[in-house]
Design a binder for this molecule. Structure first.
Ligand code: GLA
Length: 711
């Protein structure tokens, strides 16, 4: 593979950049119209000349149509074009239009990650813009971000700044896939024919949230499947308010713009300051939705999840939240720990309830000292006991929040977002701390540093349990109040970064009432995500399918629990374990009520999981059959070495007898022989992919986990 970026000077005034990955190409040029415009994004073409901008073959258009949307890489607002702008600014003299000229470009990096930086400069004002393209050739991905620098002596006001615009080639139709959901029902896949006009994926409540996730996929038509077809896809690496705008105009031009939401947003760019946008990751594949996900998963595993722990298998967790809720004590935690240790659990996590006057969700949040009624001798006896049992210890925190009934709030009522003369809305009886405020950041950093420094803690579950409201920042520096939507998220990232530096052995989990803060931004600071408070394994099949569209199984944590409280359904241990094993495995059940037979069976599942977890956490995922289509769904994982595959099959209901099918596997080496667990004769990869694994299941909520070993 050559260096992935080629620069072609087509004429003295025109330049073409070609960004090539293993299978795709992305080309744009500075053209005669003095615009930086996209030329192509899709399958890699044969010759560099294939990417040259072409003369239009349609008739000249009338005056009104002339103002069509441009193909600009970073449209700015202010002149005779009407794209969703990536940049809208206001200069000190009242001018609200930017006009950017190309200055220069440079490349750095190597074949793995090659970077192209395009320097643009406003024609009149001291405003510099850098467009950064990181090319991840192996993953067929381009990671884009922008930097805006004020090189003058007066502030410039930013009213809108998005990370990138992605232009898709013309096709007869497109299908848009997005992820929407709710608490306990995260990541529901929504697929619609893309209509004319603008589709908006957005979040305006402070954090990533349930209702929509910063991810999109656009397929060239409705026949695109998991295994084939053209898919353009992207994900935004940001955990605060965002918007992704997908526009299809009357000329069948489809483009996607996204970044930090401009709603209630302003940023004062002081003289000498630079604003950096979050990264917007974009990719293309011919291999359908499944391949699009695998490209993202591999990129996340190799470049996004924290580097220090990226290749470490994630431990098996126990957490008693659903058993004890706030009523934690040394005794009940010790009892659970003893049983969990016998099963083979590696990390014992104490959830909410251990601090302040936290006996329910109405008090104590913010008071991060151990509750001495529950733990008279502090945390040490429990941690020691857990360690003695051969497990590491983890603990729950919710640092960005406070209950009004807390010492913290009584001491610092001004530390929460609020507006003067307006009542405060409570969510789960709590308020949001103003993490934009440096004093609040320091408070969080200090108590977390103490907690980790004074106790042998291996794991932090970092929770966040309400939306933002009344987003007032009373003592904000003049004119900077509306920066809180960005400063809060950056503050959280910064605290996590500092904690990781100081306590490099600690693992982190991002939780927000379940999967309310899952995105590629926070993924850089945490090992894993709590996928959902809903531990019903049937529901989780659906959540899992949607989660994995954009997020790697390496980050997905799910527990085996008792009778599901949300739907009131009970399941066999097999069904619960098989579901929870498709990522990072946890247990959250009341083990004191389990029979010895169940405890033994669970121990056997954990032993099995440890044997296959490299495959389940780091393997390539193939979503063989969707739970949305038939009662039988199936997921396949292939070990990175290709030596092992695991297939998990789930039947929700049989009807009229057995549900039988030949489950066609994917991604195997056609010529290699695979031994299927329980079979005498190995089959070739080709046979397993063409004839398929014969499956016949009956009953309700039955499942199988099938292992294949390459010979
Ligand atoms: C949230 C989390 C749960 C649990 C509780 C504790 O709801 O999603 O897993 O930690 O908070 O209050």
């Amino acid at each position: 593979m050559n260096f992935p970026i080629q620069i072609v000077e087509t004429t003295p005034t025109e330049t073409l950049w070609i960004l090539e990955t293993y299978n795709t190409a992305y080309a744009f040029s500075w053209n005669q119209q003095q615009r930086l415009e996209n030329v192509y994004w899709g399958t890699k073409l044969r010759y560099p000349t294939d990417y040259l901008p072409q003369t239009l073959m349609y008739d000249p258009l009338g005056n009104w149509n002339f103002a069509r949307n441009t193909y600009e890489e970073f449209p700015v607002w202010g002149d005779y074009k009407f794209n969703e702008p990536c940049l809208k600014v206001r200069f000190r003299d009242g001018v609200r239009a930017a006009l950017l000229d190309y200055v220069s470009a440079e490349t750095t990096g190597d074949e793995t990650v090659a970077t192209l930086t395009i320097h643009l400069q406003d024609r009149h004002y001291p405003l510099n813009v850098r467009l950064i393209y990181e090319v991840f050739a192996k993953h067929d991905l381009i990671v884009r971000r922008a930097e805006v620098e004020n090189r003058g002596s007066e502030p410039i006001e930013i009213e809108q700044i998005l990370s990138a615009a992605w232009h898709l080639p013309q096709r007869d139709s497109y299908q848009l896939t997005s992820l929407s959901g709710k608490w306990g029902g995260e990541f529901q896949i929504q697929r619609v024919d893309l209509p004319r006009g603008k589709q908006l994926l957005e979040r305006r409540r402070g954090s990533t949230g349930f209702d929509s996730n910063p991810y999109f996929a656009l397929a060239a038509d409705s026949t695109v499947s998991e295994t084939s077809g053209e898919v353009w896809f992207g994900a935004l690496a940001f955990s605060g308010n965002y918007k992704i705008v997908i526009e299809r105009d009357a000329f069948e031009h489809v483009y996607v713009t996204g970044g930090i939401h401009d709603f209630d947003f302003r940023w004062q760019l002081e003289a000498g300051e630079t604003f950096q946008t979050p990264a917007f990751i974009g990719g293309f594949t011919n291999g359908g939705y499944g391949e699009a996900s695998r490209l993202l998963h591999q990129y996340e595993n190799e470049h996004v999840v924290p580097r220090a722990t990226a290749t470490q298998p994630r431990p098996v967790v126990y957490n008693s939240w659903y058993v004890t809720e706030f009523d934690v004590s040394f005794e009940n935690q010790e009892k659970a720990a003893e049983l969990a240790a016998k099963m083979g659990v590696e990390l014992f996590v104490m959830d909410d309830g251990w601090f302040g006057q936290r006996n329910n969700d109405r008090a104590g949040l913010g008071d991060w000292t151990v509750n001495r009624d529950k733990f008279p001798n502090g945390l040490a006896p429990l941690i020691n006991r857990v360690n003695e049992l051969g497990m590491e210890f983890g603990i729950w925190v919710e640092p960005e929040m406070v209950n009004p009934d807390s010492d913290l709030y009584r001491a610092h009522p001004d530390w929460v977002y609020h507006f003067a003369n307006r009542p405060l809305s409570l969510g789960r009886n709590q308020l949001v701390l103003n993490v934009s405020n440096p004093d609040v950041q320091q408070f969080i950093l200090n108590f977390m540093d103490d907690l980790l420094g004074n106790n042998k803690i291996k794991f932090i579950k970092w929770d966040m349990n309400r939306h933002f409201s009344e987003p007032g920042w009373a003592d904000a520096p003049q004119g900077r109040e509306r920066e809180l939507w960005v400063r809060h998220t950056r503050g959280v990232y910064d605290i996590l970064r500092q904690l990781r530096e100081k306590h490099p052995h600690v693992l982190f989990e991002s939780c927000s009432g379940g999967g309310g803060r899952i995105d590629l931004g926070i993924m850089a600071y945490v090992e894993q995500f709590w996928m959902s408070d809903n531990t019903d394994p049937y529901d989780d099949l659906f959540i899992q399918e949607g989660f994995t569209l954009a997020h790697t199984p390496l980050t997905r944590m799910m527990w085996v629990t008792d009778t599901n409280w949300l739907n009131g359904r009970s399941y066999s241990l097999d069904f619960r374990f098989h579901l929870a094993m498709m990522g990072v495995l946890g247990i959250g059940a009341d083990l004191t009520k389990w029979s010895q037979a169940d405890l033994d069976q669970a121990a056997a599942f954990i032993t099995l999981y440890k044997e296959i977890r490299q495959t389940m956490q780091f393997g390539a995922l193939y979503r063989l059959r969707s739970p949305r289509e038939t009662p039988l769904s199936a997921f396949q994982f292939i070990h990175p070495s290709q030596q092992e595959a695991v297939v998990a099959v789930f039947l929700s209901q049989s009807q009229f007898g057995y549900f039988s099918t030949n489950l066609r596997l994917e991604g195997l080496e056609p010529d290699a022989l695979y031994r299927v667990e329980g079979w005498d004769v190995p089959w070739s990869g080709q046979a397993l992919m063409q004839r398929g694994l014969p499956i016949a299941l009956k009953g309700a909520f039955v499942s199988r986990l099938i292992r294949l070993a390459r010979e």
